[in-house]
Design a protein around this ligand. Structure first.
Ligand code: GLP
Length: 237
């Protein structure tokens, strides 16, 4: 794993934008994996600026988001579909039909996971994947204990993740208990991964990911086995 150490979120977003633009520009039909959360917000702003300035185009890009809550409508400001539309898709030249998120409202969630995973395979897997990390080491919504071989699946969110994410909701009981997430096996098939880790509260988990045992108890530790992962971080190591 390559580590790029930066000073703050602004520098992190700049570096992340650089790598993202490189991936978008070098491929004829880039297949990109996307993350939500606070960490990549500024990167999405920068990508929007670049696209509007004509420096980069999403015209031929196909995107797959890592995860989505179960049970939230696309119009719910806490759904990841809403987040992506607001922060990126509505402002760039991407074709909306090429943007994919697992459908958390599908009647049959298991079937939806299979359809989602198969579509990624059909596109020849992800060329470039943006990841964030949860305090417990989750990537996407792959909570500790998730199998390294997992494909896109339905998860029950841990209480700690629901509490951390409740900052976006009116109250804790409004946070869904389930979500759909790309699996760790699906994630590991991405040709290039960029993991963004922001803020010293993530120092402890980042140290485990970098130097700890590769274990399903720390989902992101699997990245030690990935041949092309760059970690961009402002964490004091
Ligand atoms: C959420 C998302 C993850 C994200 C993580 C970190 O739980 N499901 O995909 O990486 O939180 O978010 P943040 O960047 O806000 O710390």
């Amino acid at each position: 794993m390559k580590i790029v150490k930066v000073k703050n979120n602004e520098e992190l977003s700049e570096k992340a934008t650089e790598l993202f633009v490189h991936a978008l520009s070098r491929l004829e039909k880039p297949v990109i994996g996307l993350a939500t959360g606070s960490t990549p917000e500024r990167m999405y702003e920068k990508l929007t600026e670049k696209c509007q300035a004509g420096d980069v185009s999403f015209k031929n890009a196909v995107t797959f988001n890592l995860d989505e809550y179960a049970g939230l409508t696309a119009g719910n400001p806490n759904s990841y579909r809403f987040y992506m539309d607001e922060k990126l898709f509505n402002h760039v030249d991407i074709q909306k039909e090429n943007t994919h998120l697992p459908n958390g409202l599908a009647d049959d969630l298991q079937k939806e996971c299979k359809i989602f995973d198969d579509s990624i395979t059909k596109e020849g897997n992800l060329d470039f994947l943006v990841l964030g990390i949860g305090l417990n080491g989750h990537i996407g919504f792959n909570e500790p204990g998730t199998s390294f071989d997992s494909r896109t699946h339905v998860v029950e969110l841990t209480e700690s993740t629901r509490e951390v994410n409740s900052r976006f909701f009116d109250s804790l009981d409004k946070v869904p208990t389930e979500a759909l997430t790309m699996g760790l096996g699906t994630i590991m098939e991405a040709k290039e991964i960029m993991l963004l880790v922001q803020g010293d509260k993530k120092a402890e988990i980042l140290k485990k990911v970098l130097h700890g045992e590769i274990t399903e108890e720390v989902p992101a530790s699997i990245l030690q086995r990935h041949p092309n992962t760059t970690i961009i971080t402002d964490v004091t190591l």
